[in-house]
Write a protein that binds this ligand. Structure first.
Ligand code: 5GP
Length: 114
């Protein structure tokens, strides 16, 4: 298993505000939220970046998206809307090298910036 900060959260070596977990993934609040709701969905399968995702692993990312949509429904903001983001490598602003999906919600979000 890799040893990013997200793996430490999965292994309960550091604390996090976990909002969902199953055998495939974990979801917890971002430590530096960029919106009123900012939750990270992280697979338990090691995949460093989206570039490393193999076709046979499509379900790894699919599960993240489905879990985020289900969380939005459960929390009551699915109809208002939300944004999901996956950053990849330097230009994408990725800082933790275990693939993850950001769920941002709770207010109207601006258009994509630079
Ligand atoms: P990235 O920039 O790689 O797409 O996103 C990494 C995210 O992880 C950032 O939004 C950052 O705030 C968040 N993050 C970094 N370290 C921690 C941590 O220790 N706990 C939590 N909950 N989030 C973290």
């Amino acid at each position: 298993m890799s040893d990013t900060i997200f793996h430490k959260i999965i292994r309960r070596e550091i604390p996090a505000d976990i909002v969902y977990e199953d055998e495939h993934l974990i979801a917890f609040r971002d430590i530096a939220p960029q919106a009123p709701v900012h939750v990270l969905f992280v697979p338990k399968t090691d995949v460093a970046t989206l570039n490393d995702l193999k076709p046979a692993q499509a379900e790894v990312v699919g599960r993240l998206a489905l879990a985020a949509a289900e969380y939005a429904r459960q929390q009551g903001f699915a109809e208002d809307g939300y944004r999901i983001v996956m950053n990849c490598n330097g230009y994408g602003g990725q800082t933790v090298f275990q693939v993850h999906l950001h769920l941002l919600a709770g207010a109207p979000l601006g258009r994509f910036g630079t």
